[in-house]
Design a protein around this ligand. Structure first.
Ligand SMILES: NC(=O)c1ccc[n+]([C@@H]2O[C@H](COP(=O)([O-])OP(=O)(O)OC[C@H]3O[C@@H](n4cnc5c(N)ncnc54)[C@H](O)[C@@H]3O)[C@@H](O)[C@H]2O)c1
Ligand SMILES: O=CCCC(=O)O
Length: 538
């Protein structure tokens, strides 16, 4: 409940002493927040990267109501700062600003946009440690993994600065004599971008890098849990030379539906790019139908990870570690259902469990030894607990973990391995989004293919085998947008990223990433034929 609403509620029906107690607690909270914010700010080499305002038209602003929401470090439970609680109307203002900026920005040359993105990329590298620190505090990611995300995030600006100048069209022979047909790719206009908390930086740069390369202007709504990475990126964008109004950020927590609706229904916005859950993706798609917007939806996954008898075990263990534990298992491409062929089922699980016990260390985010961080909130842990309980009640065996233990914060869950999993269990059809590894056994290629494809979503899949025809057949037949063969990390700025089925549509990164933010214009020119008088009679 918001502070304002809570105060109104309390003041209308509670005695004055209760009000005083509440006000005292509220001011204590505000004080704690200010103290932690200034601690975070002071820990940065460049404190001006930590912003607690929205960013519209190149200005750092508060909400009109003055209302804010708290941002909490999920690893410690401490409030690290506040951000403005913006409304639908304020989002409309940001959209109008972006529209005004588009008027000129669409006419910048590809080289100018390339230069901006290049500088933005360089600034991200220069401030990598500060960006990683901000990400670590707001997301709870351990320090080294936070640094890895900044490198990954910056790679999208590097990639799209190159792609900005590789904006090719076609020339086509028309069907009628003398007709010539050309295609041009033009920026689509103002884009609304909505991003999740699990990759607070990379999900933004993957979209914004492409949008800016194409010549679009942006209104971004970052996740309420992780707004500070977005705001730090805006500060660096300004330093990189982004004109005012090209990149705008609206922050909100309570008004998220209202802000999302405005982005979807406002006719000025020509494209919505969203990464998040399938449920919210469907809502945004329905809301965007009245204005027929172009959409990219990068939604949830439930990746099968398939290990055949002939796989190289060491490499499969390493691949599964990466595909499962990245971001504490909170990645849309995380391995969710692990299928191991029967001959190696037990030995593979034993090798994998040994590696988990050796290398997974849960601890304070700043501790360089920490390799497994917390989950985003206590609710995420409760979901994991529910899935583990359901599995064990229906016959799954716990190999390691399986119980919350040894941590005072309710956001931590230990690495857990379950075997003897069955398709009837909830973790078969639900995305776990946590550090739980669920092993299923299979006998034949056909059987595992049917099991793997028995999902309503289709984002990533992984196959380990030394048999090329098997690998190829599986890659073609698996109903997912992406398949890794003998590799557990498929995310790369050069590679088109996206799903099929209820994992959404559209591709980000790669050569096609730019297309998502462009319209194709076809130009037909008539009267270009050779006059008959110039043709010989033969
Ligand atoms: N395919 C991908 O690339 C990808 C990447 C990251 C996360 N995900 C998926 O996202 C999910 C985890 O993130 P989550 O639970 O925070 O997802 P979520 O859908 O609840 O939130 C994602 C974003 O949507 C916003 N949002 C929520 N309700 C909204 C509404 N009514 N209108 C507008 N915006 C709204 C949130 O504030 C956040 O910014 C998982 O299912 C995961 O697989 C997918
Ligand atoms: O969570 C989804 C996106 C992460 C990635 O780009 O690999």
């Amino acid at each position: 409940m918001s502070i304002v609403r809570a105060l109104v509620k309390i003041s209308s029906r509670a005695p004055a002493s209760a009000y005083r107690a509440y006000s005292w607690r509220t001011s204590q909270r505000a004080f704690a927040s200010q103290a932690n914010a200034s601690k975070l700010r002071e820990s940065l080499s460049d404190p001006s990267l930590f912003k607690e305002n929205a960013y519209i038209d190149g200005k750092w602003i508060a909400s009109k109501s003055g209302r804010t929401f708290d941002v909490v470090d999920p690893a410690t439970g401490k409030i690290i700062g506040t951000c403005p609680e913006m409304t639908g109307n304020e989002t409309a203002t940001a959209i109008n600003v972006a529209q005004r900026a588009f008027h000129d920005f669409q006419h910048t040359t590809a080289r100018q946009r390339m230069d901006i993105l290049k500088r933005w990329f360089e600034l991200m590298n220069k401030h990598k440690n500060d960006l990683a620190k901000i990400l670590m505090f707001e997301n709870g990611r351990p320090a080294s993994a936070a640094g890895a995300e900044i490198t990954y995030a910056a790679s999208f600006f590097e990639w799209f600065q190159g792609e900005a100048v590789r904006n090719y069209g076609d020339t086509i022979q028309g069907s009628a004599a003398g007709n010539r047909v050309l295609t041009l790719k033009l920026p689509i206009g103002v884009v609304g971008i909505l991003t999740p908390w699990n990759f607070p930086c990379a999900m933004i740069t993957r979209k914004v890098g492409a949008a800016v390369a194409a010549g679009c202007t942006v209104v971004l709504k970052p996740a309420a849990e992780t707004p500070y990475s977005a705001l730090a990126l805006a500060e660096l964008g300004e330093r990189a030379g982004l004109p005012k109004g090209v990149f705008n950020i609206v922050t909100t927590h309570e008004n998220v539906s209202e802000v999302g609706k405005e982005l979807c229904e406002n006719n000025v916005v020509k494209k919505i790019s969203f990464t998040g859950s399938t449920g919210v993706g469907k809502t945004l798609m329905a809301q965007s139908s009245s204005s027929l917007k172009k959409l990219s939806l990068e939604l949830g996954g439930n990746a099968p990870f398939i290990i055949f008898n002939d796989a190289q075990i060491e490499s499969a263990v390493a691949g599964l570690m990466a595909a499962k534990f990245r971001a504490s298992g909170q990645t849309c491409v995380c391995a969710n259902r692990i299928y191991v062929q029967s001959k190696i089922y037990d030995s593979f699980i034993a090798a994998f469990a040994a590696e988990v016990e050796r290398s997974m260390i849960s601890g304070a985010s700043e501790d360089p030894r920490t390799s497994l961080g917390c989950l985003i909130n206590a609710k995420a842990v409760q979901k994991v607990e529910r899935l583990v309980k359901d599995a064990t009640e229906h016959g799954a065996e716990v190999v390691i973990g399986g119980k919350k233990a040894g941590h005072e914060m309710d956001t931590f869950y230990p690495p857990t391995i379950l075997k003897n999993m069955k398709p009837t269990m909830q973790a078969f059809s639900e995305e776990i989004f946590g550090p739980v590894v669920s092993f299923f056994k299979f006998e034949t290629e056909d059987e595992v293919l049917a099991l793997a494809n028995n999902a309503d979503v289709g984002l990533a899949s992984y196959v380990y085998t030394e048999n090329l025809p098997v690998a190829w057949r599986m890659a073609e037949a698996l109903q997912t947008g992406m398949t890794g063969i003998n590799i557990g990390v498929i995310s790369d700025a050069v590679a088109p990223f996206g799903g099929i089925k209820h994992s959404g549509f559209g591709r980000e990164g790669g050569r096609v990433g730019l297309d998502e933010f462009q319209i194709m214009k076809t130009i037909t020119i008539g009267g270009l034929g050779i006059p008959e008088s110039k043709l010989s009679s033969i």
